[in-house]
Design a protein around this ligand. Structure first.
Ligand SMILES: *[C@@H]1O[C@H](CO)[C@@H](O)[C@H](O)[C@H]1NC(C)=O
Ligand SMILES: *[C@@H]1O[C@H](CO)[C@@H](O)[C@H](O)[C@H]1NC(C)=O
Ligand SMILES: *[C@@H]1O[C@H](CO)[C@@H](O)[C@H](O)[C@H]1NC(C)=O
Ligand SMILES: *[C@@H]1O[C@H](CO)[C@@H](O)[C@H](O)[C@H]1NC(C)=O
Ligand SMILES: *[C@@H]1O[C@H](CO)[C@@H](O)[C@H](O)[C@H]1NC(C)=O
Ligand SMILES: *[C@@H]1O[C@H](CO)[C@@H](O)[C@H](O)[C@H]1NC(C)=O
Ligand SMILES: *[C@@H]1O[C@H](CO)[C@@H](O)[C@H](O)[C@H]1NC(C)=O
Ligand SMILES: *[C@@H]1O[C@H](CO)[C@@H](O)[C@H](O)[C@H]1NC(C)=O
Ligand SMILES: *[C@@H]1O[C@H](CO)[C@@H](O)[C@H](O)[C@H]1NC(C)=O
Ligand SMILES: *[C@@H]1O[C@H](CO)[C@@H](O)[C@H](O)[C@H]1NC(C)=O
Ligand SMILES: *[C@@H]1O[C@H](CO)[C@@H](O)[C@H](O)[C@H]1NC(C)=O
Ligand SMILES: *[C@@H]1O[C@H](CO)[C@@H](O)[C@H](O)[C@H]1NC(C)=O
Length: 780
């Protein structure tokens, strides 16, 4: 205890220094007019070709030092002497397979799915260790993330590589992801509540500080700031609505190498991804395979795509360069690589969901209003470039002007890494110079109406690798030839190894381990197939979510059984070490034990597995913490509707109730229809599989509206509410047993007031809400 006279100054001092240490939201602003390094001795851009590509020396030395100093011990901690899987580990010497893990996009769903999977591969988790799967993460050399997968990636590094459990749920030091606090409207749907206003104020303060440096901003900037509150380390439940900390502003991607766990080589090397749309194209749909795909490492930003094949120094991204040169010696920019902005760029999906005409964020439902609101307020204060993408000053202006599509542009327009259909960030793992042997695809995509993956993402990657990147990247191993085949072989509902039996030495493609988000193998109701635009989770839901993903990942599968496979952990060990065999001369033969594992877990195109081996899985999401109908009620209760008077709210509620009942009735009718659809699906499938020229980039829209109810209610003499409730049905999502039908409701309402002499009335509120009435929001 300090005597009173000393205590006060001391407390004040700690207070002041802690405030200083925590920074301010303004730290989001990059530094401009910085002096540039001497580029004659240390170029900022390096240019190469697919034939002479090389890694950044920082990446090269990190990866090789980890392989030499940390990973050998990690192998023996995991496999012991190897006898458990029929090998003698010391016979492998120091030749270890180089392994990567890629975590897909899909918002909070993907981040939590990634957390459940990584915890199941982590030797620090007891149940994972016990199952034999825990240990995989420790022998991994690379970790890549995209969109929601980039959030977990950033969060792991900027929290100094905690256990997944501590990172998601918090401990004495970490506050966890706080997923129950809505990402866009943290204080609830009333945008104008005092706390929401503090939140938006703080976010705008950051963005305006950036814009005040004459750097163009966009909707990605407030988005980046919102993400930082959850995934970076300076936000707690208590300081959420304050300006007491920078809430992650000022934390830079290029500082990852300073993080203690990185310094001691305890982490893999991180990569995140973003796509680009051709500058000025205003494209809003899915992208074809051609536009440049970028990656972000702690050292560099750039692309291995043959058309660009160039990288720029990460410290100076944000600097406009022409042919690699800054405009002048003091035109350099630093601190543009804000961790939040990197994660926001990778998850910048607004070009697909933002309607600039109406300023609506389609798909986000009422949650989008918070983002649009802060964008609009920002637009009033500062200039922006393309509103709906991440605007990056181009460091590659003038580079490769014969092949690089944006060579003429001074700006790059970066978008969500999944925009070209590749939702699992596998591209960087196949770069030839990286020489990866084994790659885990953690696929949390929501491809079907129940928000389960169907292989679509890796089909896109296989296509792009073969058709665009064949000179710069390794090839993808054989996989089912269409989403329908992923379904009929059951491969999308169990762990599967691809590329088990290469015909060359060294192997012509890496081994790919596919870990799709899938229903609990024990037949429990699934909670992990939520919508991409669901941006709040109750703590209970998160808990069960991560546990289900974890349980499936340590469980493996047994044919025609709902039990865990007691050998799965060791089978995963077999897969992890398998490619090391090929590094030795003579090649060590696969052990008998591992051969049995491979028989069970490999996909062999000539004798594909049978989907009927997968039994007893439930496919339809069941809310574990029921908010379903009451959430809809909250939605109306909290919204502007309330301003017009309780009566309208009540009538809308009744309308919804009626809608719900009609929906229920339709749903049972659908069951009858399903039988027919099932037959249709099967005949279609036969065509798919026989026609080998499946192009995943071909657009298909399976959604067919099946029912639409229009309503108009005169609530009071001077106000009305009208709109439509449309239901949509997706025939592709039937299982062989026809149980997987799903129905979506698209609720569009408009509340008007007719009290003025304007006979048309004034629209005072408009809502567009899309979710099924079980509270399962629709995903893209
Ligand atoms: C790769 O080759 C290109 C053209 O052949 C050359 O301009 C470039 O300097 C080379 N880069 C490296 C890293 O060797
Ligand atoms: C394992 O291999 C090492 C080195 O090749 C050898 O010394 C050792 O005797 C082997 N152990 C067994 C159990 O075969
Ligand atoms: C593996 O061991 C050999 C011989 O002991 C050595 O020459 C080589 O550099 C080592 N490789 C690594 C990656 O440590
Ligand atoms: C947050 O992370 C940064 C960068 O990793 C680190 O320097 C800082 O000490 C961390 N702050 C807290 C409060 O943990
Ligand atoms: C934080 O600062 C911003 C910008 O000055 C302001 O709009 C916001 O209200 C502040 N928050 C609090 C809690 O004072
Ligand atoms: C913009 O930056 C200038 C200094 O360059 C500063 O004086 C001014 O207060 C800033 N404005 C805002 C709104 O941050
Ligand atoms: C940077 O320099 C330019 C020209 O020298 C000047 O107009 C601008 O205000 C400076 N920006 C800042 C933030 O200092
Ligand atoms: C994109 O939009 C901008 C601004 O609306 C317009 O000037 C430009 O011509 C558009 N570009 C294309 C290719 O349509
Ligand atoms: C970026 O450039 C600076 C100045 O030349 C240099 O000190 C730094 O090492 C470079 N960083 C990377 C990651 O190459
Ligand atoms: C250097 O370039 C920057 C950015 O283009 C510009 O704002 C500034 O005026 C230039 N400074 C000089 C001294 O030319
Ligand atoms: C392309 O770049 C080369 C080398 O920098 C230059 O000589 C040529 O003029 C450029 N061509 C065009 C069309 O800009
Ligand atoms: C291991 O993971 C499971 C599933 O998420 C979790 O319940 C458990 O608490 C974790 N154990 C540790 C020690 O982190």
């Amino acid at each position: 205890m300090f005597p009173p006279p000393l205590a006060l100054p001391f407390t004040l001092l700690t207070l002041i220094s802690s405030v200083l240490a925590q920074g301010s939201p303004e730290d989001y602003a990059p530094n401009v007019n910085q002096s540039c390094p001497d580029i004659t001795t240390a170029p900022l851009v390096r240019v190469f070709t697919p034939q002479n590509q090389s890694l950044h020396p920082g990446e090269e030395s990190f990866v090789s030092e980890r392989l030499a100093s940390v990973i050998p011990q990690a192998w023996s901690d995991w496999l012991g002497d190897g006898s458990g899987i029929g090998y003698n580990l010391s016979a492998f010497g120091n030749e270890s397979a180089k392994i990567g893990i890629s975590i897909s996009g899909g918002g909070y769903r993907a981040a939590q799915y990634g957390a459940g999977v990584l915890s199941a591969l982590d030797a620090r988790n007891q149940s994972a260790k016990h199952a034999g799967t825990g240990g995989f993460l420790q022998v991994t050399s690379y970790l890549s993330g995209l969109s929601g997968g980039s959030w977990i990636t950033g969060s792991l590094y900027f929290n100094d590589w905690p256990t997944l459990e501590d990172m998601v749920f918090g401990n004495d030091q970490l506050s966890g992801w706080l997923l129950d606090i809505d990402l866009a409207t943290p204080d609830g749907d009333d945008l104008f509540s005092e706390k929401n206003q503090y939140f938006y104020g703080s976010i705008l303060w950051s963005v305006i500080a950036k814009a005040n440096k004459s750097i163009d901003t966009s909707i990605t900037d407030p988005w980046a700031r919102m993400i930082s509150y959850h995934f970076l380390n300076q936000t707690t439940r208590d300081n959420f609505f304050t300006n007491d900390t920078a809430h992650g502003a000022g934390q830079l991607w290029s500082q990852i190498p300073n993080i203690p766990a990185y310094q001691s080589h305890q982490t893999p090397f991180p990569l995140i991804m973003a796509d680009s749309r051709p500058a000025g194209s205003n494209s809003t749909g899915k992208l074809p395979p051609e536009p440049t795909v970028y990656e972000i490492t702690p050292f560099e930003f750039g692309s291995w795509d043959p058309n660009l094949s160039a990288m720029v120094n990460m410290t100076y991204i944000g600097t406009h360069l022409t042919n690699g040169e800054p405009d002048n010696n003091t035109a350099c920019v630093t601190a543009f690589d804000q961790a939040g902005f990197m994660m926001g760029t990778s998850a910048s999906l607004f070009n697909q969901v933002f309607d600039a005409g109406t300023n609506e964020l389609d798909k986000f439902g009422s949650d989008g209003s918070g983002i649009v609101y802060s964008l609009e307020r920002q637009l009033r204060s500062v200039r922006t470039r393309a509103d709906d993408v991440a605007d990056w000053p181009s460091p590659f202006h003038g580079i490769k002007n014969d092949t690089f599509e944006d060579s003429d542009s001074t700006w790059l327009e970066l978008v969500d890494g999944s925009t070209n259909g590749e939702n699992v960030p596998l591209g960087p793992m196949f770069v030839k110079a990286r020489g990866l042997d084994t790659i885990v695809a953690v696929d949390g995509s929501a491809d079907d109406a129940n928000a389960w993956p169907n292989g679509s993402s890796i089909l896109h990657t296989q296509f792009r690798l073969a058709n665009v990147l064949n000179t710069s990247h390794q090839l993808f191993p054989p996989i089912p030839s269409s989403p329908e085949e992923f379904i009929s072989t059951g491969v999308r509902q169990r762990p599967t190894f691809f590329g088990c039996n290469p015909t060359q030495i060294p192997p012509e493609f890496p081994l790919v381990i596919y870990l799709p988000n899938s229903p609990p193998l024990n037949g429990d109701d699934p909670v992990t197939n939520t919508g991409t635009f669901k941006i709040d989770y109750t703590p209970l839901h998160s808990r069960i979510f991560v546990d289900q993903a974890h349980a499936n990942t340590i469980g493996g599968f047994l044919p025609k059984s709902e039990s865990v496979d007691p050998n799965w952990g060791q089978c995963l060990q077999c897969a992890a070490i398998d490619r090391s065999r090929f590094k030795l001369s003579p090649v060590i033969p696969r052990s008998d034990f591992c051969s049995k594992c491979f028989f069970q877990y490999c996909f062999e195109p000539t004798s594909p597995p049978d989907g009927a081996y997968i039994i007893g899985r439930k496919l339809v999401f069941v809310d574990p913490d029921p908010q379903g109908f009451s959430k809809l009620a909250d939605f109306f209760a909290d919204n502007k509707l309330a301003f017009i008077g309780g009566l309208v709210g009540l009538i809308v509620l009744v309308a919804c109730l009626i809608g719900f009942l009609i929906w229920r009735k339709k749903r049972s009718q659908k069951a009858a229809q399903a039988k027919y659809q099932e037959i249709a699906l099967y005949s279609e499938e036969r065509e798919w599989t026989s026609g080998a020229s499946y192009d995943p980039y071909e657009e298909k829209d399976f959604r067919t509206p099946t029912n639409q109810i229009e309503f108009h209610v005169d609530a009071q003499r001077d106000s009305y509410i009208e709109g439509t409730v449309a239901t949509a049905y997706d025939p592709t999502y039937l299982t062989p047993r026809g149980e997987q039908k799903d129905l979506y409701t698209d609720f569009h309402s408009r509340v008007g007031s007719a009290e003025t002499d304007d006979s048309e009335g004034t629209v005072v509120g408009e809502e567009h809400h899309e979710q099924d009435l079980l509270g399962h929001e629709r995903t893209v």
